[in-house]
Ligand binder design. Structure first.
Ligand code: HEC
Ligand code: HEC
Length: 466
């Protein structure tokens, strides 16, 4: 699938240490010059520095901090988003030819849901640009349960250390990739790296709706939260619109706002495949392995952008996770979830921006299938300190320092398909996950503990219906 651009002139990146950025890890050491890309002269830090204020994506908003285009609030009431674990499109792209009829010879990337699903499931090889360091060969390897696009048990490992109060990445970035194409390139955690965490794969089903939530809607949710529990909206760059700022919402730290940006980041950091948005390879075990090198014979960018587009199209066309059966106990459990305050962070319903709203810094327009829809993600997509922070910020910079110990409110849709919970996947029961909530959730956890056994059972029954 990768049509590499073969005409790039290699000038090499020398031996400078570049950080891997999966979800935005740029070089930490401010005294070492960051290498510039031979493709466009940008450093990773520049790509990951958001520019300007966030766009006004809803016309009712009057906040002076936001500028740009805004869509009129529609007069028609929102309708429910499409849901289902059924490999069917939500309407943002056509279903396409029968999935079983698609193969590497006839696939037409960006043509249909089924074609794009094929690209998302495709197993990448060294000839496609896989590696030199990577975590898996296909998006589906980590995003599959119970259908392509769901979550999974696969966790990645991140590490780094503190220099005073400032976090610094491990030698090759904060992700310690678990696989490599050569034994000497397999990355290991450094002895001085005292901060280390696992981060488990998240669900992406329904994320097209999440991308279509306006900046203002997320800020309004934040502003309604009581001060002691108020979330943090993080501003992150949209790579495909020259790093324009938008409110982050994807990943355990809400480190991306756009699915295309996340796809480019994942392609590079999970599979080692470069694309026009992130054209430079990660160093491997601290070594420069940029093509041409004995370790990488595929010219960069290894994907011409078509695969990235197909991943984004696929994710935008997935249906949201469906609810399980709603019994009287489930209804009673949800009432308790609301009363004791779980719903303050785990927001039950959000309406997406109107059809035709320009989002992602102007790079994407909300289509009819995704606009003015109500979703039930049970998340505010904001960051909170609930005492579980993994110590690793979005970026090793002063701006993002506070994100080290904050996590995004985990969306609870599709919760019943997950048996390893929290960012590290180290809570194995719902009870354990709830009891780990401290910090901004301490008051709510106290109320959970004060409930009767019967009430707690109803709450768990409700969670198991999500
Ligand atoms: C080795 C496992 C692995 C592979 C392969 C992988 N991912 Fe992920 N994905 C993850 C993990 C882990 C996270 C959470 C990362 C974090 O926030 O630190 C994630 C998060 C995401 C998210 C954020 C979803 C949300 O709502 O939080 C998107 C989007 C995504 N991946 C897309 C992709 C795409 C597209 C591919 C293929 C190019 C891919 N991933 C390949 C493990 C993987
Ligand atoms: C102050 C905000 C806040 C409140 C209040 C809150 N949560 Fe959470 N919740 C979070 C955050 C943040 C995470 C992710 C933490 C992590 O991964 O380290 C989370 C994670 C979870 C998870 C794990 C989901 C997964 O997929 O791994 C469950 C289950 C959960 N919360 C249920 C609840 C319940 C039930 C309540 C009420 C008793 C509650 N939460 C109250 C913020 C909150």
């Amino acid at each position: 699938m990768k049509i590499g651009i073969a005409t790039c002139i290699a000038i090499g990146l020398g031996t400078a240490i570049v950080a891997s950025i999966y979800s935005t890890q740029v070089q930490s050491q401010s005294n070492v010059a960051e290498p510039v890309s031979r493709f466009d002269g940008k450093t990773r830090r520049e790509r990951f520095t958001h520019k300007g204020g966030i766009d006004r994506e809803l016309s009712s908003d009057t906040s002076p901090a936001v500028t740009g285009r805004a869509a009129a609030i529609p007069k028609t009431a929102p309708t429910e988003a499409a849901t289902g674990f059924d490999n069917l499109t939500n309407g943002a792209s056509e279903q396409g030819p029968a999935f079983e009829s698609i193969n590497a010879g006839n696939v037409m990337a960006r043509h249909s849901f089924n074609d794009n699903r094929f690209v998302f499931e495709e197993v990448e090889q060294i000839a496609d640009g896989l590696g030199p360091t990577y975590n898996a060969q296909s998006c589906r390897e980590c995003h599959q349960n119970v259908v392509t696009g769901g979550a999974s048990q696969v966790a990645e490992h991140r590490s780094g250390h503190l220099n005073g109060a400032q976090f610094e990445n491990s030698l090759s970035g904060s992700i310690v990739q678990s696989r490599a194409t050569y034994p000497e390139l397999v990355e290991h955690m450094n002895v001085e790296d005292s901060v280390s965490t696992l981060r488990i794969s998240t669900n992406i089903l329904g994320d097209g709706y999440v991308e279509a939530i306006s900046n203002q809607t997320l800020l309004a949710i934040r502003d309604r939260q009581p001060a002691a529990m108020r979330g943090t909206a993080v501003m992150v760059p949209v790579l495909e619109s020259d790093s324009k700022a938008r409110v982050g919402r994807f990943g355990w730290k809400s480190q991306h706002a756009s699915l295309e940006s996340f796809a480019a980041d994942a392609y590079l950091n999970e599979m080692g495949i470069t694309s026009p948005l992130l054209p430079d390879e990660n160093p491997a075990a601290g070594q420069d392995v940029q093509n041409p090198s004995p370790y990488d014979s595929v010219a960069d960018p290894e994907d011409d952008g078509v695969d990235i587009g197909a991943f984004a199209d696929f994710m935008r066309s997935t249906k949201a996770p469906p609810r399980g059966p709603v019994t009287p106990d489930v209804i009673a459990g949800e009432a308790l979830f609301n009363t004791i305050g779980c719903a303050i962070c785990h927001t039950p319903s959000i309406t997406t921006a109107p059809v035709n709203t320009s989002i992602n810094g102007g790079a994407y327009t909300v289509p009819a299938a995704l606009g003015n829809k109500t979703i039930h993600p049970y998340s505010d997509y904001l960051l909170h300190n609930v005492g579980t922070g993994d110590g690793i910020p979005i970026l090793p910079t002063v701006e993002y320092a506070a994100t080290a110990n904050q996590m995004r409110t985990a969306p609870l849709w599709a919760l019943r398909t997950r048996n390893r919970l929290m960012h590290d996947g180290l809570s194995f029961t719902l009870q354990e996950a709830i009891q780990r909530h401290a910090g901004q959730a301490a008051g709510v956890t106290k109320q959970y503990k004060a409930m009767s056994d019967a009430q707690r059972a109803q709450l768990i029954t409700f969670l198991n219906s999500l």
